[in-house]
Design a protein around this ligand. Structure first.
Ligand SMILES: Nc1ncnc2c1ncn2[C@@H]1O[C@H](COP(=O)(O)OP(=O)(O)OP(=O)(O)O)[C@@H](O)[C@H]1O
Length: 312
């Protein structure tokens, strides 16, 4: 078992009579990109805040980098909070350098890192501008830079893609992927499945504070049956692995079929059989479920992407 960068063990958080996080256990392997997925109010932000020692759990145990949450290891963690807030009068560069200094970087190193991040984020020409003169998306990118400035080993990003246009969402995806390639553990929350689909090694699906799924993307999607559509000359029922074939269209000998495979039978095996035995096919389409479909399967509702929050 790889070490965990973050582990929750039977964690509950109550606000009065409301249970925001309910008996939640999961582990984030070191070096992984981990998606925290859930609709509005699922408990994502509350969980991240507990991991950062901003909130205290009502019950349970949390380990962050092998220790209970505390401000002590703040320098090892880059955090993008859900509520964005930067000092409006400070310049872009000074803001990022300030966060680097808080994380015990030398001034020169903080400035070099800040400039490199601004180049990467397409904001180098705004380095001297005060934060108040930036658009919302630009300010968000600066805040991302404050989380990344000291190349922390653990990144916790709460809804990092919200408010960014598709080009900037792609830029941020690349930045996250590069941080992970450099060895960082990245945890991010989102209700936009496509980001998770492209980035995550592992996922946690939350609904009303409870865990509905934890595992890899393939495991999540594998929980739902895939759909196989064939155009074949002759009925495919009776071919190896085919449990049921329903003719949905076609012409004469050539029929279009929706095929259900037996448990454990892979479409690749069927295709190999058809090729080896000269079974006439002119279509063989496997439709694997999307993460969005898996989410609905596990959570029972749409992840509730707010209107206007376009996913790439
Ligand atoms: N400080 C608080 N006091 C009382 N209730 C709270 C507080 N913070 C969160 N909650 C409640 O806890 C639940 C979980 O909220 P949380 O912010 O963790 O959800 P989330 O998954 O991050 O949602 P979103 O995607 O909408 O940001 C919600 O019902 C919310 O109203």
């Amino acid at each position: 078992m790889p070490a965990s960068a973050l582990a929750f063990e039977a964690v509950t958080k109550q606000f009065g009579t409301l249970t925001a996080v309910d008996d939640l256990s999961f582990a984030v392997p070191e070096g992984s990109v981990f998606g925290f997925l859930g609709g509005n109010g699922a408990g994502k932000t509350t969980s991240l805040r507990m991991a950062l020692d901003i909130l205290t759990p009502t019950a349970g145990r949390i380990d962050v980098l092998g220790q209970p949450p505390s401000r002590e290891n703040a320098a090892a963690i880059g955090f993008l909070p859900e509520e964005r807030g930067l000092y409006k009068k400070m310049s872009v560069l000074d803001t990022i350098v300030y966060f680097g200094r808080l994380k015990r970087m030398e001034a020169g190193a903080a400035k070099a890192s800040a400039m490199a991040l601004l180049e990467r984020l397409g904001l180098a020409d705004r380095a001297k501008a005060p934060i108040e003169k930036l658009s919302k998306g630009m300010a968000q990118k600066v805040q991302v830079a404050t989380a990344l400035v000291n190349s922390p080993g653990l990144l916790m990003l709460d809804e990092p893609f919200s408010g960014l246009d598709p080009v900037n969402q792609a830029m941020l995806e690349d930045l996250i992927a590069d941080a992970a390639k450099g060895g960082a553990t990245v945890i991010f929350s989102t209700h936009v499945m496509q980001h998770a689909e492209r980035l995550c090694d592992r996922l946690l699906l939350l609904a009303r504070g409870t865990k509905r799924f934890e595992g890899t993307l393939d495991e999540a999607r594998g929980a739902l049956p895939f759909r196989l559509v064939l155009a074949a000359r002759g009925d495919p029922a009776g071919l190896p692995g085919v449990m049921k074939a329903t003719r949905t269209g076609g012409d004469g000998d050539w029929g279009e079929y929706a095929v259900e495979m037996a448990d454990g039978a892979a479409p690749e095996g069927l295709l190999a059989h058809c090729t080896a035995n000269g079974v006439a096919l002119n279509r063989f389409d496997v439709h694997r479920p999307s993460l969005h479909e898996a989410f609905i399967h596990f959570v029972g509702s749409d992840p509730a992407t707010p209107a206007g929050e376009a996913a790439r």
